[in-house]
Ligand binder design. Sequence first.
Ligand code: GLY
Ligand code: MN
Ligand code: MN
Length: 448
Amino acid sequence: MPGPTPNQLQSANFFTEHFEQLRTRYDRLLIANELDVLAIHAGQVKRHFMDDSEYPFRVNPHFKALCPMLDAVHSWILVRAGQKPTLVLFAAQDYWQPSPEIDHADWLSMFHVELISAPHEIERFLPYEKSRTAYLGEHIEVAQALGIIDVNPERVVNYLHYQRLFKTDYEIDCIQQANLIAIRGHEAAEAAYFNGLSEYGCWLAYLNATQQSPREAPYEHIIAHNQHAAILHYRGKTTTTLAEDKRYSMLIDAGASYRGYAADISRTYAHHDGEFAALIEAMNGLTLRLIEWIKPNRTYAALHEQAHLGVAQILKGMGWVDMDEEEMVAQQVTRAFMPHGFGHMLGLQVHDPGGNLADAGGKTINPPERFANLKTTRRIEPRHVLTIEPGLYFIDPLLEQLASGPFARHVNWRSLDAMRKYGGVRIEDNVVVGESGPTNLTRQQGFG
Ligand code: GLY
Ligand code: MN
Ligand code: MN
């Protein structure tokens, strides 16, 4: 049964409330830091070296949180405590660029709007004396040219990064809608896979179903057949159509965006029944168990530990590693199979920052010694949105390390070697933490 389409849902209705919550955050921030103006720069395009073509533009996330205009090059939001923010929109007076289409924008009334036709004209809207103005954006040279000394002040950035992990209803709805779009893509890619298409063919099916170009995607889609699934950041999309008896697996990690908010979903398919299909089933169970385990006040580091324990149970259950599960985790044997984190914060960016902050002042939480590379260490709290994405891969260099280490004798190498051609499994869902339990945004419409 097809789910509701994004425009049937409610984002627009939630926007006003969201905007007011952000304004309250900004008011507090400006007053606490004795700032008169926070100048949020959408950004500007960058050219390739010695070339007149440009990198795809990616708007400043702090800009799109307030104004979901994703192509607002050279535009600004000027925030002053207690006042309606000013949106300074750049509209080039030429025929090379489209003019911004804002006539029916639901966010327009939230701003006092000004237009500029040359980037430097922003100067007219800034105070003459800029000691109490801060710049928030990517282009330090622009701030300098405008005479703003306070650039991305740490105290401002820490506060915003800490707070932005508490999602408003609008943000949760946007991530939900991004999920609905991505799910259409996943279903189409799955069908393409079982129709015998190449990685590239599956990718085209995904793009066609989502109706979003690669430029709109929050991260580069990963469509990995067979052993390619063992390359965690695999980006190639081969056009090779594999013979039926050479088709083993597909791992797809692909998202979508909605009003600048991201979905980040992974699924893995077995071409035929057997041990790999059983592994997918077990990993799917682990993803769901980890989601059930989420509760306010538990820590993300503890969740990571649970993920490793789950991987250990699967390794033992499949007969691949014969060790006590706790010991497998303690001795980092599971790390050879799951070398990445259990998940991450999700929102305006696919990896929303702030996952390691203890407070809005910028105090950070170190990962436990056992998981020294873990980036998400914060306490779980209601309104956090995160991905849960345990993985289990057969990565040649990591298996070689395991084979030459002290635990090699506990490994059933014959069985494990037979799995290498499948690459690996990742099952990734997007979840909102609630007071009374988590909500799985990826499975709400019956998507498995
Ligand atoms: N697709 C990026 C990630 O899963 O983190
Ligand atoms: Mn992810
Ligand atoms: Mn992903």
